[in-house]
Design a protein around this ligand. Structure first.
Ligand SMILES: O=P(O)(O)OC[C@H]1O[C@H](OP(=O)(O)OP(=O)(O)O)[C@H](O)[C@@H]1O
Ligand SMILES: O=c1cc[nH]c(=O)[nH]1
Ligand SMILES: [Mg+2]
Length: 212
């Protein structure tokens, strides 16, 4: 199954802090970026390298750089923006492809409202970021549109994933590896992840209105 749960102690510690019901917007934001950076470290650990020569302090030296494809980071708006700076702290040259997807809170269906992709997306590795993978509808809609645009290599990073959503993404797109800080227990009757984080978008943007 193309899912990797990254059980690094730093991630487990930070995710534990994020699950507190009384967490402040400031702390939630900071931790989402930090875990986003740690997931990026893992999701890029098999990128191929190529050698090149530079003039070092003691003469010519062989060094390495990431080979081939350039990267585009694809935040799923809104909540994906909450991981973006963390990802860019490790891949500062990446182009950002913004995709707006909102799920209808009644039907849980994903609705795409924005698609602003980087140029030459067919030559890039796309790294999708979104804190939550719940029913999987938003992720599948995003992967669908990236593939329609010609993307051939896609990876996804989410803070928390529900088993139900993982299956939906795997069934639709078995070629897409998902990296997550936690595979949680289940979805509740409203499509929220249990134990989850609550409404991640609302927590990141400070727009939380009620308990879900
Ligand atoms: O797997 P799914 O069932 O599709 O649910 C997950 C989606 O729900 C949330 O976004 P939301 O639609 O609340 O939008 P927001 O980021 O603007 O808050 C979350 O950030 C994911 O994008
Ligand atoms: O648990 C969930 C599910 C969808 N969206 C969220 O923000 N949280
Ligand atoms: Mg939301």
């Amino acid at each position: 199954m193309p899912i990797r749960e990254i059980r690094h102690p730093l991630i487990r510690h930070k995710l534990g802090l994020m699950r507190r019901a009384d967490i402040s917007t400031k702390n939630f934001r900071e931790l989402a970026q930090e875990v986003g950076a740690l997931l990026t470290y893992e999701a890029t650990n098999d990128l191929p390298l190529e050698n090149y020569e530079i003039q070092g302090w003691a003469g010519t030296v062989q060094v390495e750089k990431i080979a081939g494809k350039k990267i585009t980071v694809v935040p799923i708006l809104r909540a994906g923006i909450g991981m973006l700076d963390g990802v860019l702290s490790l891949i500062p040259g990446a182009k950002v492809s913004a995709v707006g997807v909102a799920r209808n809170e009644e039907t849980l269906e994903a609705h795409t409202y924005l698609e602003k992709l980087a140029p030459e997306i067919d030559e890039r590795l796309a790294l999708i970021i979104d804190p939550m993978l719940a029913t999987g509808g938003s992720m599948v809609a995003t992967i669908d549109l990236l593939k329609r645009a010609g993307c051939k290599e896609i990876r996804a990073m989410v803070l928390v994933a529900a088993p139900e959503g993982i299956k939906v993404v795997n069934d639709a797109h078995p070629d897409v590896m998902i990296y997550t800080a936690s595979i949680d227990q289940k979805l509740n009757e409203h499509g929220y992840i249990i134990p989850g984080l609550g409404d991640a978008g609302d927590k990141i943007f400070g727009t939380k209105q009620k308990e879900n």
